[in-house]
Design a protein around this ligand. Sequence first.
Ligand code: AMP
Length: 215
Amino acid sequence: MRIVLLGPPGVGKGTQGRRLATERGCALISTGDMLRDAVARQTPLGMQAKLLMDAGQLVPDDVIVGLVRERSLEPDAVDGFVLDGFPRTVPQAIALDAMLAERSVHLDGVVLLLAPDEELVRRLSSRWECPVCRRVFNSLSAPSQDGRHCDDHPGTELRQRADDTVETVRTRLKVYGEQTAPLVDFYRSGGRLVGVKGTGPLDEVQIALQSAVGR
Ligand code: AMP
């Protein structure tokens, strides 16, 4: 199964994508996580991406498409994946279709998760991440057991992302509206889009997502 999760920053693509990929036994491909790993390893890509990411701007399409092309050929992703954070522009979506067509496969669905902007800003500014496994907690709605460390890595302190400041979040929402929201029409006109409400208890969003993507 090959699924794209679309939606603004903070809507829950990572959290729900992880649940869906685990349930379906396929790979979760998060371009944001891949870039953050490159930043942490201080690779040339990471150094180039860091400035753009910290400013809430997008990394160039060709760089991202190359990353996804390689990652999606890894053994765990060959038979299926959930894409979180990609595509983010119409050229990326066109490149994805072309990449899958070359492999004689196609997307099984695109799910648009939605939540109001105020909710997104509130969620992102209370979001804490495990630097080891990238599991995300929320100090208001879904804190870790002790509020400071990852439940799966009890020795690891959670941290906030550099781009989760209120100012950068506003920039990211603007960039989403300008560059990523056009994908809604792109996929809707191809009859591939299903909308799912990204608000409410995580388990309820998960159930709605499962029924949107089908068995
Ligand atoms: P995310 O974790 O999905 O919120 O992504 C964090 C940041 O990584 C974004 O604000 C962008 O700077 C960069 N990024 C992630 N995915 C993409 C993409 N598909 N295209 C361009 N930039 C991306």
